[in-house]
Design a protein around this ligand. Structure first.
Ligand code: PXP
Length: 247
């Protein structure tokens, strides 16, 4: 069993809201600080190519405002590599990115792009950044991640959560089983296992219960819930759900 299950709070959508008006509010840096005070173990932020939520200046400001680690989500581009090396966040999660998508839709294609990704993550690792790869719970992707020496993978929980929301219990349970098998396979290969995307109070339990999982990264649901109950309460309730599932 991994040590205490960590909760990484993704604050991207505070920035989305800020950007909708073009001003400075609501401030994602304040959200990061509030999340830390509410018990987040890390802050996650995705600097997209189109800067639709977090922007370049937010990175330094967030890193200066928090004492917990920043998990910097980034596409495997030269620009993002330069930015990551300049800021040296605690962790960098490499995600696939397509401009037209609303959110990160699928996992990273590691198996088909092994040589390039191997070379791509090497300078990040050498700079002391903990690299993780955001992938589907697919045996071929997990094996490729292990081969290129990524210390961490984050398994994409989006399909599991989507099927839950659609009420398709059989498909949801099949996806959950894929996540369970993937987590076990990855742990056997020596990888640290994270999970995230689309998680909410209703879906977090079964993944939080998996002993191989060390960290969950959760954003959109928490920021949405914060509109109604405030960010500290939303985070505290998620923490309780994770702890209850972990037993
Ligand atoms: N993990 C990764 C790698 C992501 O790309 C995202 C979305 O930015 C999340 C976790 C959080 O997903 P959500 O906002 O749906 O909770």
């Amino acid at each position: 069993m991994a040590d205490r299950l960590r909760l990484g709070v993704n604050i991207d959508h505070v920035a989305t809201l800020r950007n909708a008006r073009g001003g400075a509010l609501p401030d994602p840096v304040r959200a990061a600080r509030v999340a830390e005070e509410a018990g987040a173990d890390g802050i996650t932020a995705h600097l997209r190519e189109d800067r639709r939520h977090i922007r370049d200046a937010d990175i330094d400001a967030i890193m200066a405002a928090i004492t917990i680690p920043l998990n910097f989500e980034m596409a495997a581009t030269d620009e993002m590599q330069r930015i990551a090396l300049a800021h040296k966040p605690h962790a960098a999660c490499i995600v696939p990115e397509r401009r037209e998508e609303r959110t990160t839709e699928g996992g990273l294609e590691v198996a088909g792009d092994e040589a390039r990704l191997d070379a791509y993550i090497a300078p990040l690792r050498d700079a002391g950044i903990r690299v993780s790869l955001f992938i589907a719970a697919d045996p071929a992707q997990i094996a490729a991640a292990a081969r290129i020496g990524a210390p961490v993978i984050e398994l994409h929980t989006g399909a599991y959560c989507d099927f839950h929301a659609e009420g398709d219990v059989a498909a949801r349970d099949a996806e959950l089983q894929r996540l369970i098998d993937g987590a076990r396979r990855a742990a056997d290969l020596g990888l640290e296992v994270h999970m995230g995307h689309g998680l909410c109070y209703d879906t977090v339990g079964p993944v939080a219960a998996l002993p191989e999982v060390a960290e969950l990264n959760i954003g959109h649901f928490l920021i949405g819930e914060a509109v109604f109950v405030g960010l500290p309460r939303a985070i505290a309730r998620m923490r309780e759900a994770m702890d209850a599932a972990r037993g």
